[in-house]
Design a protein around this ligand. Sequence first.
Ligand code: SAH
Length: 224
Amino acid sequence: MVDTRAISLIMALRGQGITDQRVLSAIERTPREIFVDKPFETSAYADSALPIACGQTISQPFVVALSTQELDVQPSHRVLEIGTGSGYQAAVLAQLCRMVYTVERHKPLMQAAYARFQKLKLHNIVTRHADGFRGWPEQAPFDRILLTAAIPEVPQTLIEQLKPGGILIAPVGKPVSVESFSQDLVKIIRTEEGTREQSLIPVVFVPMVPGLPQVSSDGAGEDK
Ligand code: SAH
């Protein structure tokens, strides 16, 4: 049964210009309350980003909706996501395409997201604990690529893993302080000649961080 709060969220997203019915239905069917931590369950359907473990965030539903709509995902597509986080964006994508490959550098986040995909019987999502800067070369090329962590510039390695005609969306921006970036959600279309780029909206995402978190031998570290 669909939560009535999900229906209100869908109406709000429509009001903000999300018109793709497939995207709205996928969001309506995705129980966001299982992707947030217990203390935030009551805010699960508010249109806002929320904190998750490892100092990261689950994206705002409007940004998930807009990114998914702009990706124009088709049922035959194989999609790469960098930054699994809670797994919410991957769960929405999985209902619209053939296969989602999602990469996360924090192992506890990846494991929790995997458990959620199992619970929701989303068997077309493959998870990987790795540094997303490398993409997923063994599975490339992808029809679509979505970065959900901010970077100053989209690495060429990722553009090379996109099929010609493919779309990549990423929050792109420069750090304005240690913690904050001034970012735009950017849509890049790979053409035969190169790429075409378009800015969608200003956004705030956590930064994409190279490498894996260091965990010392006593188990203490960034991932605890
Ligand atoms: N898509 C997520 C939101 C992600 S927040 C959701 O729907 O909940 C951004 C995520 O990107 C964080 O979990 C962060 O750990 C991850 N991340 C940052 N740098 C990364 C990297 N180099 N490789 C893989 N994941 C990365």
